[in-house]
Design a binder for this molecule. Structure first.
Ligand code: GLU
Length: 317
């Protein structure tokens, strides 16, 4: 069983990884703020990566707005050149080739199941995950050959019956058995699009990310990303995780870009200033004790991130 993440000794390198499929909402901003504050409070580096893997859904307008919102909020990044997943197909292809070349039987295999890959390009948010029954893993070489001539196919990565454990900065210990709770997962969709899990793992390795901070709905993706990272030879430096509570509406609904929840610029307008918005965000989530206008820079000294411990939801006012 892979060991729990070790105490961090090297400089923290983390990333802001927005998917520009809509305007950022308050919950997105909260995760980014926490990620940024954690790095800045620990003299770490913050890298920006635009996760526009699913290009048709990621419109230029949303990419521009995302970058502008982060800038306006004062959430700075340290990479001169922003990484765009839409420009990284060669790196993903190379990683896939490296996985294929490993001497693990059936590690990467074609899957012909219908509708299997619909969600694979985007991060699997709460309730979207299904454990694959392994149907296509059992096909003979001849059957595969034959079907590959006839039908489009996705590529899956096989998982062993192994439990992966992580010690999350705020969620504590989390364990997952790869075979029973995750299952063989898609690394390339039928339409040729690379899957989120592969892309994120490859990008984190390329960017030297050692600390992943994001919404808690992605906690269940951490074990497969660690598994892939190990297969791709990146197991040396421990990867640390911090999963941030999600915003929920009083009726229990999660905020979502696709539900038309208010974007940052509208919120800032309503609050009258970025500082008033950030002050209220930090206050209402318990990061600071008084509701007063504040900048992101000032929050580095003021915000107490330990209040996130053990919380997976925050009620949105
Ligand atoms: N791009 C993903 C999202 O916006 C986050 C992926 C990650 O942080 O690993 O949901």
């Amino acid at each position: 069983m892979p060991s729990l993440s070790q105490q961090q000794t090297s400089q923290i390198v983390t990333r802001l990884a927005p998917t520009p499929s809509g305007y950022l909402h308050k919950g997105n901003i909260f995760s980014f703020l926490v990620c940024w504050l954690y790095a800045r409070q620990n003299q770490g580096r913050v890298l920006l990566r635009i996760e526009d893997l699913d290009a048709p859904r990621c419109k230029l307008e949303f990419i521009d707005a995302t970058i502008r919102d982060l800038q306006n909020l004062g959430l700075t990044w340290d990479n001169e050149k922003i990484m765009y997943q839409s420009q990284r197909s060669d790196a993903y292809e190379e990683a896939l080739e490296a996985l294929r070349n490993l001497s693990v039987a059936d590690l990467i295999y074609p899957c012909f199941c219908s509708r299997a890959d619909l969600l694979a390009a985007s991060a699997p948010h709460a309730g979207e995950r299904q454990v694959y029954a392994g149907t296509c893993r059992g096909l003979s070489a001849d059957e595969r050959e034959h079907l590959m001539q006839e039908r489009p196919y996705a590529l899956r990565c096989g998982v062993p019956d192994e439990t992966v454990a992580i010690r999350d900065l705020w969620q504590g210990c989390y364990e997952q058995n790869l075979a029973t709770e995750c299952g063989d997962f898609i690394v390339r969709r039928k339409d040729g699009l690379f899957a989120y899990q592969l892309a994120v793992t490859v990008d984190d390795l390329t960017q030297g990310v050692n600390t992943v901070i994001r919404g808690v709905d992605l906690l269940s993706s951490a074990p497969q990303q660690l598994y892939l990272r190990g297969l791709l030879g990146g197991g040396d430096e421990p990867l640390r995780f911090g999963h941030v509570p999600l915003f929920v509406m009083p009726d229990g609904r999660r905020l979502a870009k696709r539900s038309g929840d208010k974007g940052v610029s509208t919120l800032v307008q309503e609050y009258g200033s970025v500082q008033a918005f950030l002050g209220d965000l930090a206050y209402s989530t318990g990061l600071i004790c008084e509701n007063e206008p504040i900048t992101a820079d000032e929050l580095i000294a003021e915000a107490d991130l330990s209040v996130l411990r053990g919380r997976d939801e925050i009620l949105c006012r």
